[in-house]
Design a binder for this molecule. Structure first.
Ligand code: 2M8
Length: 449
């Protein structure tokens, strides 16, 4: 903390350089109707990436930000799910694994309404989309009204939330469950170690990883875990992606996923007010979700929210950044907010040298400063926590995270993630959501937030 308090304030020139660099990344990664997370590692459209990207893009072009979200929602399935990847048919099959011929969405998912085209994955990612749509609207309400943006996206967003609240309430407690470690977006988190250990990995020769062509093996998930990811996806596919038919041997309630659902329900309430929808129903849903989140996932002793494993109905032991993201929920009891802020400032989640928030407990047995979601600091979670702190009026702390974010995003070349103990860049560079969210923080006047 001393280091940060002593750090010089950002200058206007530094902000301008950062703004230009971030804009360049977003222009370079735009592929016509959407933005790839990274030209090398992730050459298609990813669901929650697109939402974060739209939040930044709105400062460059509200119209382009609308298209980013509309192209994603255009791939929505009949049952309401928004797929975690929308494949670009112009990209060769081998460029990313699992590829369209693995997921076979248009055939295997036909029974639950997968589109004939484009091809997509069959799983989902956290619902940041309604929040993004509302923020995109607010960046240029006149342009939004002229294009009928909100009336077009509202029914799709409502169907998306209905899918999560209905088909995915696998625990029966009113929260949305994940059924694959890729769904919460924190793929390789130690939170999934115990539940994943029950899964028999797919045979190593039955697939070929493409991520190691671009990412370093020491940073990426192990082969054993990859085999388990493949097994879960194959079994879901073979059950027709039907949540009523699938066995879902991996099923958990994740606090970040559900906190984003709360924030997005509240955004839907705002959108409903503009399009003549039922705003009260969305507010009531957000309140119900907040109660369920506190009842089912709050761990008072640990001072953070935990993932609940629905197979044995118990908390997973690992403490991750997902447990701090519920700060986004405005209806949290004040005592819970106080505890979360203390946890954020304590030894498990405060990296003294960088002030960034690690993805996993710095003092935990599985902490690794460079391996995927097992310690490194990500910029999207920092943005969510910064926003959550402001939601509860904790501006001094939010300012600290904002400054650390902007300094590190620029210095790392808009890295995918960084070592929280040194700030050293890891993973892909020129990563879209890092650039987009930097742009958003640079434009973070209250009026558009
Ligand atoms: C990472 O996930 C993909 C699988 O979806 C991968 O590892 O290949 C995660 O960081 C995820 O949160 C992110 O959306 C995706 C694309 O940036 O990459």
């Amino acid at each position: 903390m001393t280091v940060l308090l002593d750090a010089p304030a950002r200058t206007a020139a530094a902000d301008l350089t950062l703004r230009r660099g971030a804009g360049r990344v977003l222009l370079d990664n735009w592929v016509g109707t959407s933005t790839v997370p990274s030209r090398t590692l992730y050459p298609h459209q990813w669901s929650w990436d697109s939402a974060f990207i739209a939040i930044g893009l709105r400062h460059l072009s509200a119209r382009r930000a609308q298209r980013e979200l509309e192209s994603l929602l255009g791939a929505q399935w009949g049952d309401g799910r928004v797929p975690h990847i929308v494949f670009n048919s112009a990209v060769p099959n081998g460029a990313y694994f699992p590829s369209p011929d693995f997921w076979r969405s248009s055939t295997a998912g036909a029974g639950v309404g997968a589109p004939v085209s484009p091809e997509t994955s069959g799983i989902v990612q956290p619902p940041v989309h309604a929040l993004a749509a509302w923020l995109v609207h607010r960046a240029d309400p006149a342009e939004s009204r002229r294009r009928g943006f909100l009336p077009r996206v509202y029914p799709r967003l409502v169907a998306w939330h209905r899918y999560l609240l209905d088909r995915r309430d696998l625990g029966g407690g009113g929260l949305a469950a994940i059924v694959h470690p890729w769904e919460p977006g924190m793929d390789n988190s130690p939170c999934w170690d115990a539940p994943l250990a029950r899964v028999t990995p797919a045979a190593p020769g039955s697939y070929r990883r493409a991520d190691l062509d671009h990412g370093h093996p020491a940073d990426r998930p192990t082969d054993l875990d990859y085999g388990r990811y493949v097994r879960l996806a194959v079994d879901y596919r073979d059950a027709g992606y039907d949540d009523r038919a699938a066995a879902h041997p991996f099923r958990l309630e994740d606090p970040c996923m559900n906190a984003l659902l709360i924030a997005s329900e509240l955004a839907l309430a705002e959108i409903a007010r503009c399009v003549g929808g039922d705003a009260d129903a969305h507010e009531a849903q957000a309140a119900k979700l907040t109660d369920a989140l506190v009842t089912r996932l709050w761990d008072d002793e640990a001072g953070l929210f935990r993932a609940r494993d629905l197979v044995d109905d118990a908390f997973v032991p690992a403490r991750s950044v997902a447990g701090l993201v519920p700060l986004l929920a405005p209806g949290l009891p004040e005592t819970v907010v106080d505890r979360l802020v203390s946890t954020l400032e304590g030894p498990a989640f405060h990296a003294d040298s960088t002030a960034l928030v690690p993805s996993y407990d710095l003092t935990g047995p599985a902490f690794d400063p460079t391996r995927y979601w097992r310690g490194p600091a990500w910029f999207n979670t920092a943005w969510l926590i910064e926003r959550g702190l402001r939601t509860h009026g904790r501006h001094v702390h939010a300012d600290r995270i904002r400054a650390a974010f902007l300094d590190t995003a620029g210095a790392s070349g808009f890295a995918e993630y960084v070592d929280p103990t040194t700030g050293a860049a890891r993973g892909a560079r020129s990563f879209s959501w890092t650039a987009a969210l930097a742009l958003d923080l640079l434009n973070s006047e209250e009026a558009t937030r």
